[in-house]
Design a protein around this ligand. Sequence first.
Ligand SMILES: [Zn+2]
Length: 278
Amino acid sequence: MLNLKKEIICQRTDCPRPATRALTYFVDKPGIASLVPKQQMFCDEHAEDEMLSLQQPGLFTITEADGTVTVCTVSDLTNVPMFNLIDCQLDVLASNPYEMDLIAEMLNKPSQELAIWIAEWFKQPVDHVADGLKRLLEFKAVKSLGSDNTVNKARRFGIAIKDEDIGCVRSHLLEVSRAFPAAVFLLEYGDEKPNRASKRVMRAGKVVREVFDGDKQVGPWALLDIFAPFRAEYYGETAEFGSLWQPWLEAVMAAARRLKGDQTPASQQPTEATGQHA
Ligand SMILES: [Zn+2]
């Protein structure tokens, strides 16, 4: 949801108070853990109230195609202050320093199209949303990336957002990525409470790869570094975009098998990631 600090009001019908607490939870079908959290914002009093009602059995049901009704369960219910900020890290791998500068500029200039789309979604005035987006999308350059800092064609950015604003950030980044289709965008996002983390690779306005760790353990639990093959392609400057994905995946699986103690015959071991240059 949009970063309209003063304007978000409690989601309980007819409650005019500002929302101060975010309730986040998963609705799971029996035996199937949901990956997508639900989130609602309430005032202090109604957040407590909702916590209790969400714990009532049978609150969520799904009617299957054949008409049978499945009762879902609510899991990982958290009730946290709304203004916990979460750090996002964005690495932009551009083609040249000029393109890098243009991307840096656009990162901090959300489009009018995005404002219109979000305004319709949340039924808010467009001007108001556009102002909110400008305040929200303040990407700060953290450092130049790469061994040669003088080249300056890859850069790391940081942004601190509220959990519920991640959707706006993602939509905005896809727009920027669409405008600069040759550049690679690596977005990492995570928080400790509730425990969620994700890594997302974007290029030419599309999500190329993504991992999401919604495991119930403390901290990122099994979040694979899916950025590795794309960084290797970029810095290696010989492999085509996406070509190192499969070798990387096989190397990761081989490493996991070794950890598990599997005795895979040597003939079935995948070749090293560098083998694809042939
Ligand atoms: Zn309320």
